[in-house]
Design a protein around this ligand. Structure first.
Ligand code: NDP
Ligand code: MG
Length: 376
C-alpha cells in the first residue's frame, strides 16, 4: 500500500465496436450503448452479489431484482443497512457468503473500505466470475489486485443512487459508464452492458470508457471544477462582497443561491443557452471579466492537480490520510462547516419554499436557529 503505482491499463481492450456497441459519434470516437445493444442473456441467469446498501448499493440491488435478476446483498453482521435491505424484500448475507454464491460481485461499499472488503471476499471468486465496480480508484491505483481468472468491469451510473432508483421506477434511464479492465471470459463487456441494461442505464445511454479515464477524470473534475473549484469560487465571491460591507444575505444569494440557476441553464442547453438567457449586461460583464478571475495561473494550478491525479500522488495522500484516521480531512471538514456562509444560508433556505431543503413544512421550522449566526 505504500507505493501506489499508476496503472497503465495494458489489459484494457479497445475493441468496443467489435463487441456490439453503437458508434454513435465518430467525431468524438465515443461508443454509447443503448437498450438495443444489450443482450440480457449475459446476465439473466446469473446471481449478483451487491456489497453495500448505501447510495449506489440500494439502487443497483433493487433495480436488478425488479429486472428479474437473483440478487444477494452483502453486508457485515451488525451493519445498520441490513434492516433496510430486508425491508425492501432482499436476501442479506455477509459479503463473503454473498460473493461465494454469486457470479457477479458488485462492489458498492465506500471506496476507502473496498480493499478490506475485498480481502474478505476474494476466496469466493471462482474462475469466470466478475468483480464489478462503480468507480475505478482501487483497481486503477492497485489497492485491489484481482485474481487473473476473473473478469473485472465497471458499470457506473453518473448520478447519486436515489436518482438511479427513482428514474428506474419511473421507466426512465440514468446515463452511465461501462468499462472493462480484465476480460478472461471474452464476454466481460457483453455482461457489463447487460448489467447496465438491468439497472436502467442503457435507457439513457452508457458510454464506453476505461478504468484509467474514469478514475482520472472523476478525481480531476471533483477537485478542480465541481466540489473544490465551485465551493472555492463561491466562498471567495461571498467574502469579497461581505468584506466590502454588503449584507451577508445579499452575498449569499448572489454567490451561492443563484449559481444553481446558472448551472441549470448550462445543463439544459450548454454555455450558449445560459448566455442567451441572462441580460446583455450580464453577458458582456461575464465575457470580459470571467477570464480575469479564472486566469492562466488557475489553469496552471489545474494542470498541477491533474498531474497529482495521474502520477498517483493524490491517491497516496488520500490512502495515508485514511490510514492515519483522517486528521486533515476532519479538520478541513469542520472549518468548512464553520464558514459564515453556512450560518447565513441555513435560515434563508428555510424561509423560501423553492428550496428543496426548506419550505414551511412539518420537518422545517420556518425560521430555524443558525448555530453561529451571532458571529457578526
Ligand atoms: P455509500 O457510502 O453510500 O455505501 C455505504 C454502504 O456500504 C452502507 O450499506 C454501509 O453499511 C456499507 N458498508 C460500509 N462499510 C462496509 C463494510 N466494511 N462491509 C460491507 N459493507 C459496508 O457508498 P456509495 O454508494 O456512495 O459508493 C459506492 C461506490 O459507488 C463507490 O465506489 C463510489 O465511488 C461509487 N459511486 C458513487 C456514486 C454516488 O453518487 N454516491 C456515484 C457513482 C459511483 P452501514 O450502513 O452498516 O455503514
Ligand atoms: Mg462466486
Amino acid at each position: 500500500m505504500t507505493e501506489t503505482e499508476t496503472q497503465t491499463q495494458t489489459q484494457t481492450e479497445t475493441d468496443a465496436d467489435a463487441d456490439g456497441g453503437t458508434d454513435t459519434d465518430t467525431a468524438l470516437d465515443t461508443t454509447i450503448y443503448y437498450d438495443d445493444d444489450a443482450d440480457r442473456e449475459y446476465i439473466d441467469d446469473k446471481t449478483v452479489a451487491v456489497l453495500g446498501y448505501g447510495s449506489q448499493g440500494h439502487a443497483h440491488a433493487q433495480n436488478l431484482a425488479d429486472s428479474g435478476i437473483d440478487v444477494i446483498v452483502g453486508l457485515y453482521e451488525g451493519s445498520s443497512s441490513r434492516d433496510a435491505a430486508r425491508a425492501d424484500g432482499l436476501r442479506v448475507e455477509t459479503p463473503a457468503t454473498a460473493a461465494d454464491e454469486a457470479d457477479i460481485v458488485s462492489v458498492l461499499v465506500p471506496d476507502t473500505v473496498q480493499p478490506d472488503v475485498f480481502e474478505k471476499i476474494q476466496d469466493g471468486l471462482d474462475a469466470g466470475d466478475t468483480l464489478q465496480f462503480a468507480h475505478g480508484f482501487n483497481i486503477h491505483y492497485n489497492q485491489i489486485q484481482p485474481p487473473a481468472d476473473v473478469d473485472v468491469t465497471m458499470v457506473a451510473p453518473k448520478a447519486p443512487g436515489h436518482l438511479v432508483r427513482r428514474n428506474y421506477e419511473a421507466g426512465e434511464g440514468t446515463p452511465g459508464l461501462v468499462a472493462v479492465y480484465q476480460n478472461t471470459t471474452g464476454t466481460a463487456r457483453k455482461e457489463a452492458v447487460a448489467y447496465a441494461h438491468a439497472i436502467g442505464c442503457t435507457r439513457a445511454g452508457a458510454i464506453e470508457t476505461t478504468f484509467r479515464e474514469e478514475t482520472e477524470t472523476d478525481l480531476f473534475g471533483e477537485q478542480a471544477v465541481l466540489c473544490g473549484g465551485a465551493t472555492a469560487l463561491v466562498k471567495q465571491g461571498y467574502e469579497t462582497l461581505v468584506d466590502a460591507g454588503y449584507s451577508p444575505e445579499m452575498a449569499y444569494f448572489e454567490c451561492l443561491n443563484e449559481l444553481k440557476l446558472i448551472v441549470d441553464l448550462m445543463y439544459e442547453g450548454g454555455l450558449s443557452e445560459m448566455w442567451n438567457s441572462v441580460s446583455d449586461t450580464a453577458e458582456y460583464g461575464g465575457l470580459t471579466r470571467g477570464n480575469q478571475v479564472i486566469d492562466e495561473s488557475v489553469r496552471e494550478e489545474m494542470e498541477s492537480i491533474l498531474e497529482g491525479v495521474q502520477d498517483g500522488s493524490f491517491a497516496r495522500e488520500w490512502i495515508s490520510e485514511n490510514q492515519a484516521n483522517r486528521p486533515s480531512y476532519t479538520q478541513l471538514k469542520a472549518a468548512e462547516e464553520a464558514h459564515e456562509i453556512e450560518a447565513v444560508g441555513e435560515p434563508l433556505r428555510d424561509l423560501f419554499a423553492w428550496s428543496d431543503s426548506g419550505g414551511a413544512n412539518e420537518e422545517n421550522e420556518v425560521v430555524s436557529e443558525p448555530e453561529a449566526a451571532a458571529d457578526d
